[in-house]
Write a protein that binds this ligand. Structure first.
Ligand code: NDP
Length: 434
């Protein structure tokens, strides 16, 4: 904490990882040698830059842009870009650190990075969003590359923004290699990439439940968020027979006791993806119950899928979930549960998956997009989906291997942290002190 003053999210993420690694490192002291841990918690490079652009009123706007290149131990830096007013060095450092371990878990050769800007896309015209993305790339382009650093989307950065940034990258570099993933299908994108994080989260929940002799069929599921991850988590949970009873955004929660249907999800996607509206607009159009200012965690559920943002599920929320009989919590978002909430869920022996395990399907499919681009071909949807499922099952197995408790249950937190750490640490040791 002393080395990272004023960076609570980064300290939180590192604390969670180091706490759960500690017993393992005591048993395997070579991982404490050569300053390995000190090196692992220090980003290799952090770039901060000014982004100037002109809004629709002719006013000059100044934002901050960042790229945190955390670790290249096992491959090029890889991780999304976030556009949100809350973006800060602390948030991006925590995301890049988590990304490093997550990418290792996928078994694909990708290092960890994260970037973004405090730019707020809400209420901005399409022209303003494009000009911002282009201005952003006039600096970022010199720091990234297909074998150096390959960004993707995240909060506030979807297919539209990735397209604008990838287009500007190509113009500035005069190269068409894969420098972004999450691209449109017409210029190198992978089938299934939009679905991958949400689907992967549900695949992971399904694996946890299966190991416990249960299934998603007939379970009540609460989902938070209503963006890319949430939408496809809803879709896959419904397809596997679950009853999804909520979605949310920063203005409140839609509670649908009857459960979402494909038609309702199509309406939500229309409101969020094409009209850039709020879940309250969705509620108004469909007559669904809207709970202003509330998150979904008081709604009784068997499975909870937090898919919005960091620290959206606190200790009290976790206690409420447990009191209401929740059996499984799988994180679609990054670090949505606070440290205290994680303790409550693990103590209660809820099947709890940290984001670095359960939401790794997105970056895994980005890795598959890089492979397809390198081969200059495009795999069919079924092939990408089958690979995604296999990767999620592999991550689940790695968590079980390293996280099994004496009572037969699994700490997915410990399992994910150890499995990811071992791969990165071994690569760092082999490459010497650099
Ligand atoms: P989107 O921008 O598509 O959606 C974000 C959703 O979260 C929106 O519904 C947004 O609501 C809500 N949200 C954001 N901030 C808050 C807040 N402070 N309180 C309540 N709700 C909030 O982003 P994604 O779906 O891509 O990302 C969601 C999470 O998943 C993030 O944690 C991201 O890092 C993680 N993730 C994403 C991956 C991907 O492939 N996209 C991969 C792995 C992880 P509002 O519109 O009101 O802001």
């Amino acid at each position: 904490a002393a080395r990272n003053p004023g960076q609570p999210e980064y300290v939180q993420a590192v604390t969670e990882v180091i706490d759960s690694l500690w017993p393992f490192i005591s048993e395997h002291p070579r991982y404490a040698e050569h300053g390995l841990l000190d090196r692992l918690v220090e980003a290799e490079r952090i770039i901060q830059f000014r982004v100037c652009w002109v809004d629709d009123q002719g006013q000059v706007q100044v934002n901050r842009g960042y790229r945190v290149q955390h670790s290249s131990a096992i491959g090029p830096y890889k991780g999304g870009m976030r556009f949100h007013p809350s973006v800060s060095p602390s948030i991006l450092k925590f995301l890049a650190f988590e990304q490093t371990l997550k990418n290792a878990l996928t078994t694909l050769p990708m290092g960890g990075g994260k970037g973004g800007s405090d730019f707020d896309p809400k209420g901005r015209s399409p022209g303003e969003v494009m000009r911002f993305c282009q201005a952003f790339m006039t600096e970022l382009f010199r720091h990234i590359g297909g074998d150096t650093d390959v960004p993707a989307g995240d909060i506030g950065v979807g297919a539209r923004e990735v397209g604008y940034m990838a287009g500007m990258m190509k113009k500035l570099s005069n190269r068409a290699d894969c420098v972004f993933t999450g691209k449109g299908l017409s210029f190198g994108g992978s089938l299934m990439r939009p679905e991958a994080t949400g689907y992967g989260t549900v695949y992971f929940a399904q694996e946890m439940l299966r190991r416990a002799g249960k299934s998603l069929e007939g379970m009540r599921v609460t989902v938070s968020g209503s963006g890319n991850v949430a939408q496809y988590a809803v879709e896959k949970a419904m397809a596997l027979g679950a009853k999804v009873v909520s979605v949310s955004d920063s203005s409140g929660t839609v509670h649908d006791a009857q459960g979402f249907t494909p038609a309702k999800l199509a309406e939500l996607m229309e409101v969020k993806n094409h009209l850039y509206g709020r879940v309250s607009d969705y509620a108004q159009r469909t007559g669904a119950e809207f709970l202003p200012g509330r998150n979904p965690w008081k709604i009784p559920a068997d499975v909870a899928l937090p898919c919005a943002t960091q620290n959206e599920l606190d200790e009290q929320d976790a206690r409420t979930l447990v009191a209401n009989g929740v059996q499984c919590v799988a994180e679609g978002a990054n670090m949505p549960a606070t440290l205290a909430a994680v303790h409550v869920l693990e103590e209660a022996r809820v099947l709890y998956a940290p984001g670095k395990a359960s939401n790794a399907g997105g970056v895994a499919t980005s890795g598959l997009e890089m492979s397809q681009n390198a081969m200059r071909l495009s795999w069919p949807r079924e092939e990408v989906d089958a690979r995604l499922l296999t990767i999620m099952q592999g991550i689940h197995a790695a968590c079980v291997q390293h996280g099994a408790r004496p009572d037969g249950t699994v700490s997915y937190v410990r399992g994910a942290n150890i499995a990811g750490f071992v791969k990165v640490a071994d690569a760092m040791i082999a490459q010497g002190i650099i």
